[in-house]
Design a protein around this ligand. Structure first.
Ligand code: ATR
Length: 271
């Protein structure tokens, strides 16, 4: 019996219960996934309760991905440099922290566009945004040795902070990125711009986008962001944020249970 859950505030809009129930039932495993809406002052006592109740593990969402770190006993190597935890496994009385966002994104890319993934060392990639999600994706992609991996952000110094250690990475302003968009084969939108309820907003203009570029948006509400719609109208191939959501969940599920989930949801199709 697997006892799983999510800690955050708020948590009621989360799709995670649905996703993990799907994993449990498709593997014919018994288990449950509960939502824990926790005030910051109660975070530590809530974690102790979860240990006492012998939970298998839990996900962590806004606003605790960083705040939980001092309360975690052990972090895996990538999570240490990311300083952000989205998955915790309970091992006896020990909390072990992981971040599955980057791995989830790269797996969604591999599943959605296998040929592109195979040739990553020849591809030029642009990440839009330099926040927590961008960081996870950046570090995981960096390990795959793409030809070029640039980051454009509203505050360029935040992007510089990430790219400064790598010769194949440069930091750009959003305006500069807009002007040289046709340099890139994959564009990954990681900011909250375009998310419900402000769905008409777009992070950059796509006038310079070249045909056949893969454009992905990690927003999944709405599924079809304006950014993706415009990219598709301009001849791009697209990758939905929902796909990353499922693969980061699959990785967390594997950490908790040891089971690799092979049957997820359609990736490229619309609703
Ligand atoms: P997350 O952990 O979800 O990535 P975050 O760390 O708050 O969230 O990062 C949000 C990202 O969205 C940042 O890259 C932020 O740009 P800044 O670093 O310049 O703040 C970007 N972002 C948010 N709102 C934006 C807006 N209106 N225009 C441009 N970028 C925006």
């Amino acid at each position: 019996m697997y006892s799983l859950g999510l800690i955050g505030f708020p948590v009621n809009q989360s799709k995670s219960p649905q996703i993990h129930q799907h994993f449990l039932s498709s593997l014919q495993l018994e288990g449950q996934y509960n939502l824990y809406e926790v005030e910051e002052v109660d975070l530590e006592s809530q974690l102790n309760q979860l240990i006492d109740h012998q939970l298998t593990g839990f996900n962590v969402t806004i606003p605790y991905k960083e705040k939980i770190i001092p309360l975690i006993d052990d972090l895996d190597q990538t999570t240490k440099s990311l300083k952000s935890v989205n998955t915790v496994k309970i091992e006896g009385t020990k909390l072990v922290g992981y971040n599955t966002d980057g791995v989830g994104y790269v797996e969604s890319l591999r599943q959605g566009y296998p040929d592109f993934y195979q040739s990553l060392n020849q591809q030029s990639i642009l990440i839009l945004g330099a926040g927590g999600a961008a960081k996870g994706i950046y570090y995981t992609l960096q390990n795959e040795r793409p030809y070029k991996l640039d980051i454009a952000n509203r505050s360029v110094n935040r992007a510089e902070h990430l790219t400064c250690d790598y010769t194949n990475s440069h930091a750009l302003s959003l305006l500069d990125a807009e002007a040289k968009l046709n340099d890139y084969d994959l564009i990954i939108q990681t900011t909250s711009v375009g998310m419900e309820p402000n769905t008409s907003h777009k992070i950059i203009k796509l006038n310079q986008l070249k045909e056949n570029t893969i454009v992905s948006d990690i927003i999944y509400k709405p599924k079809y962001t304006n950014f993706l719609k415009e990219a598709e109208n301009r001849g791009a191939r697209i990758l939905f944020g929902e796909s990353m959501l499922w693969y980061q969940a699959a990785k967390a599920f594997e950490i908790w249970t040891g089971y690799k989930v092979t049957h997820l949801v359609p990736i490229k199709e619309g609703d």
